[in-house]
Design a protein around this ligand. Structure first.
Ligand code: 4AD
Ligand code: MG
Length: 468
């Protein structure tokens, strides 16, 4: 016998029976005179003779709600940073702000700077200091604003791509290929050596025993996306990506999120550039629209992409870039040299020089990975693109993919048989494809104006730093 249970989902029942009011709802739907109960953290506190005034925020809204409470025993443990539950009536202040007249205040968790809580009330800390306390960072106004922007950006990227018929494909994190071929992979090996010794087979090392081959954390889902694009036409993935670079620069993370898109039936670089430009513009405008206040809180640098976005992105072939950098060589700390390629300094200069984001196209073949398509009129170059944005330089890397079976076969490093499946894509039902990968944190850094990439991700990892 079945017992049926009805769950009322009207807002009134939901809040009335089970939940408190969020601060977001206070500002959106509540009116003076309403009785509410809120739960959150005390952000600032002033105790006067008979009354205490404190601001509460629960992370659901950028604004704080001021609470007025009669001073009594329950307020003894009330400090800035403490978690509280407050019930009372909403009132309107003479300046038209909502304020909560508390009938009951309970402190859920105390918070005392004298016991070691690292943030004193009303003090503004530099990002380097806040970064030392990753576990407390989401409570700061600046970082909680950043997390909100990050969330909106993530959602708007999905919304935009879906509106253009892209299908999300979950590419694997464990993989047997180093897509970029740059040797920046982390190995993935089980720690249980006894198990591995039992699994070992002829011709494989202990490190290869689990999967039967060397396995890494993915540096890019591109190749898997190419396989998916050969059946679904327009696909994308958006997930964690790992690079074992020994860089502590303000642009590099060991773990970051990459948005990658791949499209079938594209054989012109121009189509790829137009797709990227529309994508960046539409998503950025949505973020500026929905997160204007949060961006104002987080913004640290002057290079702010919004003023650049209204213009068409500039397109510079690599050869032209070389001429520009040589012409302005006195401006650089490290002069441009073709062997080492562009440094961050050069990239950021080019964006300032053009007063807009810049697409660099047609790179020398030797500077780019094996899968990029050779130019038809110059076999030393490939149909590659890097998009440079203000404040950070390279945000996006992409290309047309080589779809000539023999050219691709000859360019695979070491004739690696593990990529036979990739070659098969060019043997059966092959089509020209193109795609790009965008570093999500670099994008945020550029559009929000954040100096250090470590301040765009909740729990950053970089050499010698894997806290928590
Ligand atoms: O230019 P990359 O290496 O391109 C690829 O991985 C291609 N397979 C993408 C594709 O075509 N599907 O990386 C793409 C972007 C860079 O432009 C940069 O924004 C970001 O990923 N990126 C990093 N971001 C933070 N920390 C790092 N260590 C990064 N390395 C790359
Ligand atoms: Mg790149």
């Amino acid at each position: 016998m079945f017992v049926t249970r009805t769950v009322a989902i009207s807002t009134r029942n939901w809040y009335g029976r089970f939940y408190h009011t969020t601060i977001s709802d206070v500002f959106k739907v509540k009116r003076p005179g309403d009785t509410i109960k809120i739960k959150g953290w005390v952000k600032s506190l002033r105790k006067q003779k008979d009354y205490a005034f404190f601001d509460v925020n629960d992370g659901t809204h950028i604004k704080r709600l001021q609470v007025v409470a009669k001073k009594d025993q329950t307020l003894k443990n009330l400090t800035s940073g403490a978690s509280v539950i407050v019930s009372g009536n909403l009132a309107e202040t003479p300046s038209g702000q909502l304020e909560l007249n508390a009938s009951a205040v309970s402190v859920v968790g105390e918070c005392d700077v004298r016991d070691g809580y690292p943030f004193a009330p009303r003090k503004i800390y530099p990002p380097e200091y806040t970064r030392k306390y990753l576990h407390f960072r989401p409570r700061t106004k600046r970082f909680s604003s950043l997390l909100k922007i990050r969330d909106v950006a993530h959602l708007e990227i999905h919304n935009y791509l879906h509106s253009k018929d892209f299908i999300q494909v979950h590419t694997p994190i464990l993989t047997s290929n180093d897509c970029e071929g740059a040797g920046e992979v982390f190995s993935a090996i089980p720690t249980n050596k006894d198990m591995l010794n039992n699994m070992i087979r002829p011709n494989v090392t202990v490190d290869q025993a689990y999967f039967g081959c060397e396995t890494y954390l993915s540096v890019s889902g591109q190749m898997h996306l190419e396989a998916a694009a050969h059946g679904l036409s327009k696909v994308y993935s958006f997930g964690p990506t790992f690079r074992a670079e020994n860089s502590r620069s303000r642009y590099h993370l060991s773990e970051f999120y990459m948005l990658e898109a791949e499209m079938a039936f594209i054989n012109k670089l121009e189509t790829l550039l137009n797709t990227i430009e529309m994508f960046i513009k539409c998503v950025s405008f949505k973020i500026f629209d929905k997160c204007a206040e949060e961006i104002a809180v987080c913004k640290e640098t002057d290079h702010y992409i919004s003023s650049h976005l209204i213009r068409d992105f500039k397109v510079l072939p690599y050869d032209e870039v070389v001429n520009i950098l040589k012409k302005y060589e006195t401006k650089f700390q490290k002069a441009f040299n073709e062997k080492d390629g562009l440094t961050k300094e050069h990239e950021i200069f080019l964006v300032a020089h053009c007063q807009s984001p810049v697409f660099i196209i047609n790179f020398p073949k030797t500077m780019k990975p094996f899968y990029m398509k050779e130019l038809t009129d110059d076999q030393t170059k490939v149909a590659a693109v890097d998009l440079l944005g203000p404040n950070v330089g390279e945000i996006i890397g992409g290309s047309l993919r080589e779809n000539d079976y023999y050219k691709l076969k000859n360019s695979i490093p070491g004739n690696d048989a593990r990529l036979d499946w990739y070659l098969d894509l060019r043997r059966f039902g092959s089509v020209p494809t193109a795609g790009f990968g965008m570093g999500f944190e670099r994008f945020l850094q550029s559009i929000v104006g954040i100096a250090n990439i470590k301040d765009t991700i909740p729990f950053p990892r970089w050499p010698h730093h894997c806290q928590m």
